[in-house]
Ligand binder design. Structure first.
Ligand code: FAD
Ligand code: NAD
Length: 467
């Protein structure tokens, strides 16, 4: 008999959620994670809680408050002369938020009777896992099932290797202790725009270098154009089509050469994507198959080529998002328990936490056009929303695409304040296969930003009231 029904490797949002759900379903579950914080203590929650979603949002919120006081407070009659920011306090607060939440996972494990082991896991034959603990002690455990949730790490490019002093990965960019006068960012993706925004709001002159010709190529074109314009207004210089050829550090400066131009900065963030984290796992040796980029290959149920060994989250690729990994974790736990469960990949929401935020679900206009799907469009600007006017945040709009024949919602795209929260209404609607008419007939509280979603839904049928 195996030691455990389920061994989960990795306690990021994919692994810890899978472990809790397995335990809830009555399975004897252990979760092995190797993450240690700066005090060499176990810190559950993976990239998301330690150096990803949570600390970045803590800094985004702090820097937004600072920027609000400098740029907007006066319009409300609030005088904030000589506003200053103490980066040490801001970073301490961020660390406290992280500590509270990572300890919270330890509490959830206890409550749900998940055994937690700190150490590096390696796969061995017959669903055995060899764990090397931080003090070097080894133990071998066996499971009826194994869920690999080892996540991802930042991609390093050879022309700009991380030293985390001048050339920073996302973790280094979250830990900057003094506002750099000039900050370069390679990559205008989620990390580049969010962390670029943080330091720009705090006073850095930020230049973003993006290789692609289109800004936010995966977003709806109209929304991306609005967002690019707004970020430019905020002071972010975004250079598209930028082919970076070198980055050299000398005299406490980084000189970046790109497309026959040069940029000299005090710090350079490289945010060009993340790669699967399978170091030390011996996955190949255990018979697990990876694709050419190193992502673990799985079927629709997240099962690898070996029955009973599953993989979820960033390590299998697709949308590298916390909520995608968590839902895969729930699905796999329920499948192992013999239940029916599946993932709704088509309704995963995407959010970029700039100000205003960019959020979407479903198809973009360019995807609909290239798939030759006939669609109707409804859109509504926040400038026409009473709630947006009252708060003073009037940039952006909501766009809804619905099938021309069936009226089913195909995509919803929002650029605006609180888009991260607003998008959930669209996700629920799409998940429940609602039509644009269903949304249009749903009563929305007044005055709310959600009324803009309602108005855009009315607009699909040409019945927008307030614009
Ligand atoms: P991870 O969170 O990477 O966790 C994997 C865990 O496995 C880690 O703790 C690791 O130490 C452990 N591990 C690896 N190998 C072993 C081994 N052999 N033995 C034991 N343990 C092992 N996503 C969002 O949805 N929203 C956001 O706002 C967002 N913001 C982000 C901001 C930043 C700066 C970054 C870097 C990422 C952000 N992401 C965001 C992405 C998100 O963090 C990841 O998609 C998510 O963490 C992936 O979860 P995971 O559980 O698959 O892997
Ligand atoms: P990304 O894939 O979002 O963006 C990387 C960008 O870098 C792309 O626009 C790409 O074209 C560009 N690029 C790649 N190579 C380049 C080069 N050599 N020179 C210039 N530009 C180059 O990756 P990221 O921003 O590093 O984020 C990593 C992962 O973390 C993403 O999958 C993202 O989904 C996730 N994440 C999500 C959030 C969120 O949900 N809000 C926030 C941060 C990170």
């Amino acid at each position: 008999m195996a030691d455990y029904n389920v061994i989960v490797i990795g306690a990021g949002p994919a692994g810890y959620v899978a472990a809790i759900r397995c335990s809830q379903l009555g399975m004897k579950t252990v979760c092995v994670d190797k993450w240690l914080n700066s005090e060499n203590q176990a810190s559950l929650g993976g990239t998301c809680l330690n150096v990803g979603c949570i600390p970045s949002k803590a800094l985004l919120d702090s820097s937004h408050h600072y920027s609000f006081m400098q740029k907007q407070a006066a319009t409300h009659g609030i005088k904030c002369d000589n506003v200053t920011i103490d980066i040490k306090t801001m970073q301490t607060r961020k660390a406290e938020v992280v500590e509270t939440l990572t300890k919270g996972i330890a509490g959830l494990f206890k409550k749900n009777k998940v055994t937690s082991i700190t150490g590096t896991a390696k796969l061995a034959a017959n669903k055995q896992v060899i764990i090397t603990e931080p003090d070097g002690k080894q133990q071998t455990i066996s499971g009826d099932n194994i869920i690999i949730a080892t996540g991802s790490t930042p991609v390093q490019i050879p022309i700009a290797k991380f030293d985390n002093k001048f050339i920073l990965d996302s973790t280094g960019a979250l830990a900057i202790d003094k506002v750099p006068e000039r900050l370069g960012v390679i990559g205008a993706g989620a990390i580049g725009l969010e962390l670029g925004s943080v330091w720009s709001r705090l006073g850095s002159q930020v230049t973003v270098l993006e290789a692609l010709p289109d800004f936010l190529a995966m977003a709806d074109r109209k929304i991306a154009t609005l967002a690019q314009r707004e970020l430019k207004k905020q002071g972010l210089a975004i250079n598209l089509n930028a082919q970076v050829t070198s980055a050299t550090v000398a005299d406490d400066e980084v000189t970046v050469s790109y497309s026959e131009q040069q940029l000299v900065v005090d710090k350079l963030i490289v945010a060009v994507g993340r790669k699967p984290h399978t170091d030390n796992l011996d996955a190949n040796e255990a018979g697990i198959q990876m694709d050419e980029r190193g992502f673990i290959q799985v079927d629709k149920q997240c099962q690898t080529a070996i029955a009973g060994i599953y993989a979820i989250g960033d390590v299998i690729g697709g949308a590298m998002l916390a909520h995608k990994g968590s839902e895969e974790g729930v699905m796999v736990a329920e499948l192992i328990a013999g239940q029916k469960s599946k993932m709704s990949y088509a309704t995963i929401p995407f959010v970029i936490y700039t100000h205003p935020e960019i959020a979407w679900v479903g198809k973009t206009e360019q995807q609909l056009k290239s798939a030759k799907i006939e669609y109707k469009t409804g859109q509504f600007p926040f400038a026409a929303s009473g709630r947006a006017r009252a708060s003073g945040d009037t940039s952006g709009m909501v766009r809804i695409f619905a099938d021309a024949k069936t009226d089913s919602i195909l995509g919803v795209h929002i650029f605006g304040n609180n888009a991260s929260e607003l998008i959930t209404e669209a996700v629920v609607a799409m998940e429940l296969e609602a039509s644009a008419e269903d949304l249009a007939r749903t009563i929305h509280a007044h005055p709310t930003l959600a009324e803009a979603v309602h108005e855009a839904a009315l607009g699909v049928d040409g019945r927008t009231i307030h614009a």
